[in-house]
Design a protein around this ligand. Structure first.
Ligand SMILES: [Zn+2]
Length: 384
């Protein structure tokens, strides 16, 4: 993007060898490869779309890849989130993807941002990059990413997936429509199911994420026809691609002639969403047993009453009765996974929502509580 920057750089012998197939493309060549090397791309999410994005951008030699994520790898992610391996289950996605990218291409830098992107941090972060590639799975973050990109003048390489269908575009308000021009209002909460609820074909994010990676690389190279002003629709069952022409909305509240949005807003409220998007918040007793067996550094909190502990207890759990969870939240670590447990599950789910309200992000509810533990893991624990 910045030609002054690229002129001062050069490619090492190792890079010339590695990028040989790019160098023989006249549309890339050494100059294009230097542009990629100077390029800074921010990936929002290291999940289904973020995986192929990260892998292909790293392989292509994009010099700096920033990744925003705060989640950890779960077994059910591996069906589609190909940057992560089985050995990474239980580890933060950022650490997992960073290790994979450094192994794939040691000539690039990976910048990890372990945070939930929100109105307080998005502008500063987006400003530090040339292109943003959106791999989020919820509407609140999608509008947030859009507005942050419009307000900072950055192109937003968009992709979304559900079941067997996906879509992609490039939203660049400096020369075309933004996401809000096309989708002015978020769907009512609950109308569009999440992939966790409705399912997603594992290879689908591979197709859409690879299209996003292609568009990102073209933006950095400044070559080809990008998806600015076009929405690409993909149906994996039909194996068909369709294209919609998109127009800039002159009345768009963020990129129109008289914008009303001049700074980032409350996107959870705008989307009518719960304060935090639903993620997989349950953990089975089998998974807990496996993870404890592997010596994972997680905290189990038993929110039952004292008399119940006298009947049956988890030997490894911290005890904070439900009624005390709010005022004793400071006793719990924010940087480790906290698994909440009760007799059968409902009270620990309440405790989980209480802790979410206090800003905890790494929480799980033990499905079926100690009763399930007794039935499925340790029959010596009495049932009651
Ligand atoms: Zn707009």
């Amino acid at each position: 993007m910045d030609t002054a920057r690229t002129k001062t750089e050069s490619l090492s012998i190792a890079e010339l060898r590695r990028y040989g197939r790019h160098l023989s493309l006249t549309e890339v060549g050494e100059e294009g490869q230097l542009r990629l090397k100077a390029g800074r791309v921010l990936l929002v999410g290291a999940g289904g779309l973020g995986s192929p994005l990260a892998l292909y951008l790293a392989a292509a030699g994009v010099g700096t890849i920033g990744v925003v994520d705060f989640d950890e790898v779960e077994e059910s992610n591996l069906q589609r989130q190909i940057a992560h391996g089985t050995s990474a289950v239980g580890r933060p996605k950022l650490a997992s993807v960073a290790a994979r990218l450094k192994d794939l291409n040691p000539h690039i830098a990976v910048e990890c941002h372990e945070l939930r992107l929100d109105r307080t941090n998005a502008l500063d972060l987006v400003r530090r990059y040339d292109v943003v590639a959106d791999g989020t799975d919820n509407f609140a973050t999608r509008y947030l990413v859009n507005d942050a990109c419009v307000l900072t003048g950055r192109p937003n390489v968009y992709g979304s997936i559900l079941r067997f269908e996906g879509q992609a575009s490039v939203f660049d308000a400096t020369r075309g429509p933004c996401y809000r021009c096309v989708f002015p209002d978020p769907p009512p909460p609950g109308v569009v199911p999440s992939c966790a609820e409705a399912g997603v074909l594992g290879v689908l994010p591979g197709v859409i994420g690879s299209i996003q990676a292609t568009e990102t690389i073209k933006l950095l190279l400044g070559t080809g026809e990008t998806l600015v002003g076009r929405l690409l629709l993909y149906d994996a069952l039909e194996m068909s691609f369709h294209e919609l022409r998109l127009k800039k909305d002159p009345a768009c509240p963020v990129c129109g002639a008289n914008p009303t949005i001049h700074e980032l807003i409350d996107y959870d409220q705008f989307c009518g969403a719960r304060p935090h998007e639903p993620e997989p918040i349950e953990m089975s007793v089998g998974e807990l047993s496996d993870r404890l067996g592997r010596g994972e550094d997680l905290v189990v909190v038993d929110v039952r009453e004292g008399f119940e502990l006298a009947i049956a207890r988890f030997p490894f759990a911290l005890h904070i009765p439900l009624a005390q969870v709010e005022r004793r939240a400071h006793e719990l670590p924010r940087d480790r996974l906290v698994v909440l447990a009760c007799h059968r599950g409902p009270r620990s789910l309440k405790a989980l929502h209480t802790l979410r309200g206090q800003g905890f992000t790494r929480l799980r509810n033990l499905t079926g509580g100690i009763d399930a533990w007794s039935r499925e893991v340790d029959r010596t624990v009495p049932r009651y």
